[in-house]
Design a protein around this ligand. Structure first.
Ligand SMILES: CC(C)=CCC/C(C)=C/CC/C(C)=C/CC/C(C)=C/COP(=O)(O)OP(=O)(O)O
Ligand SMILES: O=P(O)(O)OC[C@@H](O)CO
Ligand SMILES: [Mg+2]
Length: 243
């Protein structure tokens, strides 16, 4: 098992900062961001987006790798986002949806390349929860998120993901969600699986980060908030890591 997979399972609270190469593929934007990321030293940098091109992700990861040693994990919106310079890739299957392209299609199209590149795949059940905003992921994948009060559906979906052999569950309210996943749903899913749980979408405050961890998240993902206000990374450093 490689170090990223081990880290996911270490039981500690971990932060992933999501960088969207569509918005961040030039040094002008990435250099100041990475300087602050290097101060926080998050556990992972996730890179990807719903509509990112191969060129955007390649350029973005090359710059990130030149400026930081934080592990870079691809969070792919499509098979075109496979890139050799990353440390690992979330090998996502969108198990809350019923679109075969996102359940197995992109995976078949990218598997041989991931193998050739010797990129570590992290088999991940990706579960989209309604964040009270039409998300890019739901639109692009043409899938319906699980309603945010349907805890039982989320739990059953996560259990099925683990039974299928997936090594991680990622529950996401979608980029820029108006409502992050509620603590009750996180806790219910966490208590029904033994694999690591990643939580993201609409988390914009230190209290929101804490609430997700308290409920059982192993990794909390933050994207939009950091894009809008890089100093949030410093707030995170001051609050989170002093506990
Ligand atoms: C295994 C491989 C290579 C691909 C898997 C492809 C699958 C199943 C993707 C899941 C669905 C999907 C489109 C995920 C994208 C997730 C992501 C990186 C979201 C980041 O946010 P954006 O959706 O770009 O948000 P903005 O609209 O704010 O830019
Ligand atoms: O950008 P935010 O809302 O933090 O969401 C992060 C990520 O989980 C989106 O897929
Ligand atoms: Mg995007």
């Amino acid at each position: 098992m490689n170090s990223i997979q081990q880290k996911l399972k270490d039981g500690k609270r971990k932060i992933a900062i999501l960088i969207d190469p569509e918005k961040m593929h030039s040094e002008v934007r990435l250099v100041p961001l990475l300087k602050k990321i290097n101060l926080l030293k998050p556990d992972f940098i996730f890179v990807g987006g719903s509509t990112v091109t191969a060129q955007e992700i390649n350029t973005c990861i090359a710059i990130i790798k030149a400026l930081t040693t934080i592990p870079v994990v691809i969070f792919p919106g499509a098979q075109t986002q496979v890139c050799p310079n990353a440390d690992a890739i979330l090998f996502l299957s969108l198990i809350s949806g019923r679109n075969p392209d996102y359940l197995i299609g992109h995976q078949v199209k990218s598997a041989h390349l991931i193998k050739e590149m010797k990129l570590t795949p992290i088999p991940t059940g990706y579960i989209l929860i309604d964040g009270e905003k039409n998300s890019s992921v739901a639109y692009v994948s043409q899938t319906t998120p699980i309603p945010n009060d349907q805890i039982s559906i989320a739990v059953k979906t996560a259990i099925a993901g683990q039974m299928l052999g997936l090594s991680t569950i990622f529950m996401d309210a979608g980029s820029g969600a108006k409502r992050a996943i509620n603590a009750e749903m996180i806790a219910a899913v966490k208590s029904n699986i033994t694999i690591p749980l990643i939580i993201g979408g609409g988390i914009r405050t230190i209290d929101g980060v804490d609430a997700a961890f308290e409920a059982g998240a192993d990794v909390v993902v933050i994207g939009n908030k950091v894009e809008e206000d890089m100093d949030f990374l410093l707030d995170l450093k001051n609050c989170l890591y002093q506990k």
